[in-house]
Design a protein around this ligand. Structure first.
Ligand code: GLN
Length: 470
């Protein structure tokens, strides 16, 4: 079995960007790599028609050398609107949907000089953890093609890990950037809720969704984050708070301190991941960072709270896909017919669940109760930041699983977000950084969570993990 990531390490990289400490491959290099591996990895839903004149390295895309991302190839998850390519969200309901506008993040990347190489595969409407439910078929993990790349931003993670692009955007509602980043051995950031505009992101659960960058290293993730973050009038949940570029580590206000969660039980967690957590803790201790155990009592309730709130919001958000306003409708079909024929099983399950928890007789018992618990959890989490700079825990309970292994068991699939979902409920920023491999040579990811708008701390501590595992 070819390991496309090992193979990549042997290929010498092309140009290096002045903004990154690592070599960023040029456009030609990426197009060649896509030709070579895409047939196996299958990370893309659609590809732009790009040509490069190798003598001048000029392409059919105009860019200006002084832009921060000048000529850097980037891939975009298939649920983020772009005018040039389809935005299908992996759903037959939107199979031929071309957005009339670019998402704010896409406009910002283009203004910075980036070249959009293609749209990457995801689970249908970003509901899933394995990138298997899209109508275009599954994406494969470049470390071992029989394994999933994670999800729902699996295409973005696999495209970066296999060297098809140096940078990709994903979206994260319950873990969909961090979990595939961990499964594919790359870095993925879920920014603070409200930090990055959601304008042009097809909504899954609006109070949880955030767009974020995925790349080979923390520096590149940070660089792209600075470009896509910021105020946007077209997203009313976007925050006006100013960015904090000074991390707790650098400001030296108090001794550097990280928390590990008492409620995070290592029972049921793959043993190599427990070992990796121990080693990562040692890395921090060696750097003089104090590591202490703290309590977040509602951590264990995050999964049920999430599946009430996210399905409630999804059932409302997805009501618009009725074949009349979006999608390629057959005029003779009723909206009910259209929805029943074009939406997949997992999406239907969530619409039904969401409608149920919002129904008059049950709204108090489920939805309102979940909201109260969510607010309580947010308060428990906020209290941590008085004493700690970040929380450390694994990104996932297991490494990547085999394709098809969990498709028939939704609860097993939901459990793969055990460690990431509480972060979305609290709105906090979090990053997943590679931290070793299991005995099958599949990557392990460690996760850091910080206070709202404190991404700077994630980057500095994230680099410590990165350097410690080198
Ligand atoms: N796997 C989770 C779900 O299916 C998270 C998805 C996401 O973050 N988009 O809801």
């Amino acid at each position: 079995m070819t390991n496309y990531v090992r193979q990549l390490a042997k290929i010498s990289a092309g140009n290096s960007s002045p903004h990154s400490t690592f070599a960023i491959p040029n456009l030609q290099h990426c197009l060649d790599r896509i030709k070579e591996v895409e047939g196996h990895v299958s990370a893309f839903a659609s590809l732009s028609e790009l040509t490069v004149d190798s003598s001048t390295e000029s392409s059919n895309i105009e860019t200006n050398q002084h832009q921060p991302l000048s000529r850097i190839p980037i891939a975009i998850k298939d649920n983020i609107c772009t005018t040039e390519l389809f935005t299908s969200c992996g759903s037959l309901a939107l199979r031929d949907y071309k957005a009339p506008y670019d998402a704010t993040v896409v406009s910002r990347l283009k203004e910075a000089g980036a070249i959009i190489v293609g749209k990457t595969k995801c689970d249908e409407f970003a509901m899933g953890s394995s990138t298997e439910t899209g109508f275009y078929g599954p994406c494969h993990n470049p470390h071992n093609l029989n394994y999933v790349a994670g999800g729902s931003s699996g295409g973005s993670a696999a495209a970066v890990a296999s060297g098809e692009v140096p940078i990709a955007l994903g979206s994260d509602t319950g873990g969909s950037i961090r979990q595939p980043a961990a499964f594919c051995g790359i870095v993925g950031l879920k920014p603070t809720y409200g930090r990055v505009s959601r304008y042009g992101l097809v909504a899954h659960a609006s109070s949880l969704d955030q767009i974020g960058p995925m790349a080979q290293n923390v520096d590149d993730v940070e660089m792209v984050f600075q470009i896509i973050a910021g105020l946007d009038d077209r997203d009313s949940t976007n925050s006006a708070l100013h960015e904090n570029r000074i991390s707790k580590l650098v400001s030296g206000q108090r001794r550097a301190k990280i928390a590990v969660l008492k409620e995070f039980s290592t029972e049921g967690i793959q043993s190599e991941i427990v070992d990796s957590l121990r080693k990562t803790t040692e890395i921090f201790c060696k750097e003089g960072v104090q590591v202490e155990e703290v309590s977040l009592p509602l951590f264990a309730k995050a999964l049920p709270i999430y599946y009430v709130i996210s399905t409630a919001e999804a059932s409302a958000n997805l009501a618009r896909f009725d074949g009349l306003r979006y999608g390629n409708s057959n005029r003779d079909q009723s909206p009910e017919d259209y929805r029943s024929k074009t939406l997949g099983a997992e999406v239907k399950r969530r619409i039904m669940l969401g409608s149920y928890v919002l129904s008059e007789s049950y709204v108090g018992r489920y939805y309102q109760r979940a909201q109260r618990l969510r607010h309580l959890m947010q308060r428990q989490m906020a209290a941590l930041w008085n004493d700690y700079d970040a929380v450390l825990l694994p990104t996932t309970p297991t490494t990547a699983f085999e394709l098809g292994a969990k498709t028939k068991d939704p609860v097993a699939m939901y459990l793969s977000d055990l460690c990431t979902i509480f972060v979305n409920l609290c709105g906090s920023p979090a990053i997943s950084v590679p931290a070793g491999f299991d005995r099958k040579n599949l990557p392990i990811g460690m996760q850091l969570v910080a206070a709202d708008f404190d991404e700077a701390t994630l980057f500095d501590y994230g680099r410590m993990i990165e350097n410690g595992w080198k």
